[in-house]
Each structure stands twice: as C-alpha cells, then as structure tokens.
Ligand binder design. Structure first.
Ligand code: BG6
Length: 494
C-alpha cells in the first residue's frame, strides 16, 4: 500500500549543528526519504550551518556518504539523490560570535517563504542562536524554530531557555521535538483509543488494573558519556519520552486533533501526577547502573568505563510506580521502566485489565490470567490483545492465553516512516500537535525535580546490574510486591 503524499509549500530548512551526528544520522536521511516520496515543492532549500570551514561541495559529499552509511539510498535512487544534493547549501557560522552571520543572511535572502531553524546543537547554544536570529532580523513572520530535548536540566533552567527563545519567537512558532511523538505506533495509540468505540468504556479504573510502559535498549551510552552522565535515565528518557507515552495513554479524549486541544489534555495528566519526593521516593523508584556483562551480541564493559569515570551516581536504569490522581485513574498504578544495556531493544505500553470476577472453570482463580493489551511501539509495531481461549479438542475445558495479533507491517505491507520524517514535515506545515508546548515541559519538570532532589538527599548509589540483564532485582520487586509482573509475553513469543 502506498502512503498518500500531501506536498508541503516551498521552505528553507536551516540546520544549526548541520555537520553533527543527529543531522547526518537522522535529519538528512529523513529529508531524503521525503524527497523521494515527492513531498517537496520548488524551490525548497536545506542550509546547514556549523562552525567548520567547509565548502558546499564537500558538505554535499559528506551528506551523500551519510545517506549511504545509514541505508537511505538504493540502486533506484540516483535521480532523487542528485535532486536532493542540489538543494543543499552550507554556511560556516559561529553561534557565539559575529562570524558567518552576514553570509547566512545573504544565503537566505529576503524571500518571505517558510523558514524553519532546526537547532541540532547542544542545549547551551539554543539561547545564543535564538537571540542571534532575532538580532539579525532572521526571525521573520513565517519563521519557526525547532529545538531538540533536553530543554533544560531542571525546571528553572527550562524556564530560562523557554524565556529566551520566547523573547524572539512566539509560542506558536516554537516546535519542541520529542521524537517519540512522531513514532507511528505512538500516534496509533490515539487511533486505537479514539477511533474505536469499543475501548473507551473500559479505559478506566473500573476495568483496568494497571499500566506498564517499558522502553528497553541494548545499547550503552555510545560516545555520549559526557551528556549522559549529567542526565541519567530520568532526564534522558522519563522527563520527556516516557511521560509523553503516559500522557497519551491516560489523557481524556481531546475534542479534536488540533494542537492545543491535544496538548491541553496531556497537560492535565501531567498536573495530576502524584508527587514523588523525599517521603516516598525510596518506595516508588528503583535506580540501577550497568556493570560489565554480555549485551548487544558480545561482552561489553560497564558504565564507568563507558563514561571514563571512577565513580558516578548516574542511573542507566529506572523503574517507577506513578499514580495519576483523577477519577479515571485513581487506584491504577502506572509502572515505568527504562534502561540501557538490557537484553532486548523494545518499547511497549501494556494495559493490564482486571481479572474475571468469578471463575466457572475447574481451575484455581489465579490460573486465569487477565486480558492484556500490548501496544508495541518498536520494533515490529503492532497491537496484541491477550485473551483466554479454549484449546481445541475433546476432553474438558483446557484454556490458553493467546493474542489477537495485529502487526502493522503485515497489515499495511509497508515499513513505518522514521519519526523525524513526520515531525519535520509537520513543523514545516506549522502543525504543532506532536510537539511539546511550554507548559507541558514545565509540568514534566515539576514532577521530575522533586524525584531527583529526593535521590540526592538519600545519597544512595544506583543498584548495580550486569549488562544484558533486566536491571536490578528491586525493579522486579517494585511491581511484584503489588501482586503484578512485568510483561514477559513479548519476549516469549519472538
Ligand atoms: C533519545 C535518548 O532521546 O532517545 C537516547 O537521548 C535514546 O539515549 C533514544 O537511546 C531512544 O530513541 P529510540 O527512537 O531509538 O527508541
């Protein structure tokens, strides 16, 4: 099945940090896929900006290499590749000095076309670049700015960044990326919840026992040690991606897909999270740090080796039990779990329903597992609804727990587009529905800051776990002491 392509108006995309890892690994491949699909209108340009002295041809050659390396090209893509490379331009400029800005102004010209400034730089450059764009008269009426996480390292620093960017660009022109929101199956969660009348009546504490959200990775910190050691799993994954998944699972139906309608509902969830602080953090959170072990197909060193430090209290694994204090979710725990160097890479949301109230079969009541709806975010995006069915054949009622299984790749006969493809095109269109609004970022930090403060006061180091295992045992205890278990079905079946 071919995807339906709606062309976007001509635009200039200016990528700061245009020779960095994110740009080569994610942005250019995503843009090239959009080129191939015929989504661009003429004249569209992509202008990379970085401090490096590089001429346009050398830059184009670098992008071509990256597209090959990241498997974006094949033997049928020669003409598209040529067209794409011809769109690329390069300007050497320094965010913190005058160098290069007049060249950028000249390159962009006075055209009033859509302009998107993508800040694929370290967060310390967000404010200097935004201010410069303002001072140079480059923040025009049709401009927008796209920023990557992390927006700050706590609530106060996020406020400062938002204030600075907000002094140049109005909120409607600020696109804060959380790439999880661009993942196909994350959007499918909204389709599942709000385009099927079947689920909404049972989507509450009368029928749902608990929710689990897991984002497991096999990779370690991969050369990002300096950033990661300051950040840890809570800032790297939970403050943004995982809380966004929680919001989409828990929010009330928005009245439309309009950006503010959606974001208003997510914000209400963030505001309803019960605080985790010094009074309860020890009971509700489990932190871990990987040691040497066996992961990603071979022996791997531990975290301290990866970040080149003798000691560190940064968590590479985190499990939490979160409560959403409102009528729909009172009494339904949300268990979150994320970690690096775990045995498998997958992300999923598991909605655990309540057990049947009375068992009529000749078996103990706890032998009848409850229904589970598993939304696989990646890989093998899809939905599984685990149900009890009768084993075929005579000889009494033997029951089995089996899934109704829908794989999106099989159903649609095509692989999902990368999250960045959708998010970049949405930003160009000015559709902010899948981007975080300022008050969402602030509310997420308001929940996260007290957790980190509680950990700092507890002075307990993260618990060690061997690379290639499911984290510290205490994470299993966190859920099992409530009489529940982490979902293992996905791993059995694959
Ligand atoms: C990023 C984190 O935001 O998300 C990384 O900084 C993490 O540490 C990555 O590996 C996970 O994204 P994905 O799309 O591979 O699940």
């Amino acid at each position: 099945m071919a995807a339906r392509i709606v062309k976007v108006d001509p635009f200039d995309l200016v990528v700061f940090g245009g020779t960095g890892d994110l740009a080569y690994r994610k942005l250019y491949p995503a843009l090239f896929h959009r080129e191939r699909s015929g989504q661009f209108s003429e004249p569209t340009r992509i202008v990379a900006v970085s401090r490096r002295r590089l001429d346009r041809d050398a830059f184009r050659a670098g992008v071509k290499d990256a597209l090959v390396k990241f498997n974006a090209v094949d033997d049928k893509s020669a003409a598209d590749l040529e067209r794409f490379l011809a769109r690329l331009d390069y300007v050497a400029a320094d965010a913190t000095s005058d160098a290069g800005w007049s060249d950028l102004r000249e390159t962009l010209g006075a055209d009033e076309r859509i302009r998107a400034y993508y800040l694929a730089t370290g967060p310390d450059l967000f404010c200097p670049i935004a201010k410069r764009l303002g001072a140079e008269g480059l923040a025009t009426a049709r401009s927008r700015i796209i920023v990557e996480k992390p927006i700050g390292h706590d609530g106060a620093s996020a406020d400062a960044i938002n204030d600075d960017i907000g002094s140049v660009f109005p909120e409607r022109a600020i696109f804060r990326i959380d790439h999880y929101l661009g993942k196909e199956s994350v959007q499918n969660l909204m389709a599942l919840r709000f385009a099927n009348a079947l689920l909404e009546p049972v989507w509450n504490n009368a029928h749902i026992d608990h929710v689990q959200i897991t984002v497991a990775e096999t990779l370690g910190v991969e050369g990002r040690g300096a950033y990661y050691d300051e950040s840890g799993a809570i800032r790297d994954m939970v403050q943004n991606h995982m809380l966004q998944l929680l919001c989409l699972t828990a929010m009330e139906p928005p009245n439309s897909m309009a950006a503010d309608s959606l974001r208003d509902e997510k914000l209400k969830v963030l505001k309803a999270l019960e605080p985790i602080d010094g009074s309860n953090a020890a009971a509700l959170t489990v932190r871990g740090q990987y040691r040497a072990g066996f992961a990603d197909g071979g022996p791997v060193p531990g975290y301290l080796h990866d970040v080149g430090r003798h000691e560190s209290n940064t968590e590479t694994f985190l499990a939490m039990r979160i409560a959403v204090a409102n009528w729909r979710w009172a009494g339904v725990p949300f268990y979150l779990r994320t970690g690096k160097r775990l045995p498998q890479r997958f992300s999923e949301i598991v909605v655990g329903f309540k057990r049947v109230p009375h068992v009529i079969f000749d078996m103990p009541s706890d032998a009848v597992p409850a229904n589970r709806l598993v939304i696989r975010v990646q890989p093998d995006e899809g939905i599984k609804l685990w149900m009890m069915v009768k084993e075929p054949g005579p000889g009494g009622m033997r029951l089995q727990h089996l899934p109704l299984d829908m794989s999106f790749a099989k159903a649609f006969g095509m692989a999902s587009a990368d999250a960045y493809e959708r998010l970049l095109m949405d930003a160009i269109r000015g559709n902010a529905a899948l981007f975080m609004r300022r008050d969402e970022v602030e509310a997420a930090w308001r929940f996260i800051d007290p957790v980190r403060e509680a950990w700092a006061a507890m002075r307990e180091p993260p618990r060690p776990y061997a690379a290639g295992t499911w984290g510290p045992n205490a994470s299993v205890a966190l859920i099992e002491r409530d009489g529940r278990t982490w979902n293992e079905e996905y791993h059995d079946v694959e």
